[in-house]
Design a protein around this ligand. Structure first.
Ligand SMILES: O=C(O)CCC(=O)C(=O)O
Ligand SMILES: [Fe+2]
Length: 293
């Protein structure tokens, strides 16, 4: 009988990776402290309350999705930079890229009456163009409310990252990620999963924060979701994570306006905020989770 493994908040990145290799999903219990969770909840709820429902069955007509978490919520910035998930992401994606990046930040609120979302792999965001041997992303859903089978807990098919294309899941292969508020489920872009049906009387609220290879297009356009005037105020590590950094030696440079006769013609994007001119990709392979470094 398949199941989802739970690790404590004290787990190491190695322990996380070991479970991911086998199941492609793992739960970390109560990784947010109660105070942190309260701060997150207080900051997101005004935005969540104002969000419109989805426009189709995939996004969910009784589901709301609220993005731009980095621009709109300092507590969500801390979630984006949480050390355990960043170290695990860095290690998980390192075989496939020089640098990982922020891919998506979205509060997902599944309202009472919402049916189950169709089972899918998140890597389909890039169509079918990526070879299966490449793992393009690592995903988190942070539980803001408890997740229960009744209120729409994420449905996951452990081990399905190894299945051939076209193999569907039987009902008894689907596990419900029942989470206490403050816990997080980590899952790869290759595992079959979906939002569950909410047959309870209350909302299920989670924050989906995902990371991807630095050479892929981000699901949420971070340059528009977090405009430069806000990005300029962020710690350097977070600026790099949202994309103001080279994705590899020759990915992501820009040409700033030149003063007549002076200035570099093309520079790495972090120059926009720091003024410092470095070689392209000088700090690639740096652990971008080390904020302010
Ligand atoms: O909300 C959830 O539990 C999962 C949602 C999901 O998988 C998606 O929207 O891609
Ligand atoms: Fe998904």
């Amino acid at each position: 009988m398949p199941s989802l493994k739970h690790l404590p908040a004290t787990a190491t990145p190695d322990e996380v990776l070991k479970v991911l290799a086998q199941d492609a999903a793992v739960i970390i219990d109560r990784l947010m402290t109660p105070d942190f969770l309260n701060r997150v909840r207080t900051e997101i709820m005004p935005n969540v309350g104002a969000a419109p429902p989805g426009r189709d069955d995939f996004t969910g007509r009784l589901t709301t999705r609220t993005g731009a978490r980095v621009a709109r919520s300092p507590a969500c910035r801390d979630l984006v930079g949480e050390p355990l998930v960043n170290s695990a992401t860095d290690a998980f994606l390192a075989p496939f890229c020089d640098r990982y990046q922020l891919h998506l930040t979205q509060v997902i609120r599944i309202r009472p009456g919402q049916g189950a979302q169709v089972l899918h792999r998140d890597r389909l965001a890039w169509g079918g163009y990526l070879q299966r041997s490449i793992e393009p992303q690592l995903n988190m859903i942070w539980a803001v409310t408890d997740f229960t089978r009744e209120n729409g807990a994420t449905r996951v098919v452990p081990g399905s990252h190894l299945w051939e294309d076209g193999r569907g899941a039987h009902e008894d292969e689907i596990i419900y990620a029942e989470l206490k508020a403050g816990s997080v489920i980590i899952y790869t872009g290759s595992v079959i999963h979906s939002g569950g049906a909410n047959v309870s009387g209350a909302d299920r609220i989670g924050i989906n924060i995902t990371y991807s290879l630095g050479w892929l297009r981000q699901e949420e356009n971070q340059y528009l979701s977090c405009p430069p005037e806000i990005a300029a105020t962020l710690p350097a590590g977070l600026q790099r994570l949202i994309g103001h950094s080279m994705g590899s030696y020759a990915l992501g440079y820009f040409s700033p306006p030149l003063a007549p006769g002076i200035g570099p013609e093309i520079v790495p994007p972090e120059t926009l905020f720091s003024g410092e001119v470095k070689g392209w990709g000088d700090d690639l392979h740096a652990n971008v989770s080390k904020w302010g470094a």
